[in-house]
Design a protein around this ligand. Structure first.
Ligand SMILES: Nc1nc2c(ncn2[C@@H]2O[C@H](COP(=O)(O)OP(=O)(O)OP(=O)(O)O)[C@@H](O)[C@H]2O)c(=O)[nH]1
Ligand SMILES: [Mg+2]
Length: 369
């Protein structure tokens, strides 16, 4: 079996579910983000709906809505239906039978985007591992044969059902990917050890906040930036000394998002170690986004999840050039800077702060006792 894929130019129908009418506005917000994800995967959004009700075990949404959507997607030629919440394998199957088009959920969509945007060998392996980890507990006899994915790893043993064979093949593939990733992880560790005595700054934050744009400003690098989700998957590291009293290391990293599949967090572990072992995190926030507080909270949650919750953080409120009313500029009790990475506004005070912190770090490093 393989995960359903969203192809570019495909047309999507988005579905969210609110347990109570109180949470409907939150789910609508989440669906806007699902629409962004859909566009980042290259597809177009035809329509979206939020239903208020408890989940149905067979279809997740109510049967009446299933029938209504079926009529709409047939009339519009929609190719894929995307749910904001995870579906059980049985629900996914029942919905595909009812709609007669592909049905996926947010996790699969994110895994799709990661697969499309992975460039380096390490990122590709990490995404493949996450996909297989996602599939393994979902393998049931009703799915198509796994051989389309791996191919010829081992034929069916005596007395083994097709399902058992599929599971064994996926596990074997997972083990081999982990081994390859471990090797690459060891190389990273060696590099990191070599930089142990240098001041390490990692740029982190919600996807599309402007991390890579700021990274390029701080390092004069040329990392790809774009107005889409998950442009960056591989971390890029640059050692800088020009303009600073000592060497300073900057790392640009993969962005975070609400409901980031935990398989992705686990398989991107060695990349995310750059965050865990940093001396300072620049948490980049898109200040022009009206949901920025929620995105700050989500990013903090992922930081805790990867064990980076105790690393020093400076909040960087980015994109101030997009604020029509500067009085709407948010303030918080954490240390923060308000900048525009794109328009190069207010970068001076941030560079001064980095220099001051670097000096303190270097002074402490040379202390004898
Ligand atoms: N107006 C404005 N746009 C900005 C600013 N900083 C970044 N952008 C734009 O925001 C979009 C996302 O920027 P990136 O630097 O790719 O964001 P990122 O956080 O690295 O995103 P991912 O790698 O996808 O997680 C791009 O279109 C940038 O040009 C800014 O200060 N002002
Ligand atoms: Mg980026």
């Amino acid at each position: 079996m393989e995960l359903n894929r969203v192809m570019s130019q495909e047309r999507a129908y988005l579905i969210g579910m609110a347990r109570t009418s109180k949470t409907k506005a939150d789910i609508e917000m989440s669906l806007e983000e699902l629409a962004e994800l859909t566009r980042s995967a290259g597809a177009k959004v035809d329509a979206s709906v939020v239903q208020v009700r408890p989940p149905d075990s067979k279809y997740y949404i109510g049967k009446g809505l299933v029938e209504r959507i079926k009529e709409e997607i047939t009339a519009n030629g929609t190719n894929v239906v995307i749910f904001d919440d995870p579906l059980s394998p049985a629900q996914q199957r029942n919905l595909e039978n009812a709609f007669e088009v592909k049905v996926i959920d947010r996790s699969i969509l994110i895994l799709n985007i990661f697969a499309q945007h992975a460039r380096t060998a390490e990122a590709k392996l990490q995404v493949e591992l996450a996909q297989l980890e996602y599939m393994l507990p979902r393998l049931t006899g009703a799915w198509t044969h796994f051989s389309r994915l791996g191919g010829g790893i081992g034929t069916r043993g005596p007395g083994e059902t097709q399902l058992e064979t599929d599971r064994r093949q996926v596990r074997t593939k997972i083990a081999s990917l982990k081994k390859k990733l471990e090797k690459l992880g060891t190389q990273r560790e060696v590099q990191r050890k070599g930089r142990q005595n240098l001041f390490k700054v990692s740029l982190i934050g919600y996807t599309n906040a402007g991390k890579s744009t700021l990274f390029n400003q701080l390092t004069r690098a040329n990392v790809r930036t774009a107005n889409q989700l998950f442009t960056t998957l591989d971390s890029t590291t640059r050692v800088m000394s020009q303009g600073y009293p000592d060497k300073i290391i900057f790392t640009d990293t993969v962005g975070f998002i609400k409901k980031l599949p935990h398989q992705l967090v686990a398989s991107f572990k060695s990349t995310l170690d750059e965050v865990t072992f940093a001396d300072l995190l620049l948490h980049v926030v898109d200040v022009s986004d009206e949901n920025c507080q929620e995105k700050i909270n989500q990013t903090d949650l992922v930081l805790d999840e990867i064990g980076a919750g105790t690393v020093d953080v400076i909040l960087i409120f980015n994109k101030i050039d997009r604020l029509a009313d500067p009085l709407r500029m948010p303030f918080c009790d954490r240390q923060s800077f308000h900048i525009s990475a794109l328009k190069e506004q207010n970068l001076g005070p941030l560079r001064e702060e980095l220099t001051a912190r670097l000096q303190r770090f270097s002074a402490n490093r040379h202390k004898v006792c």
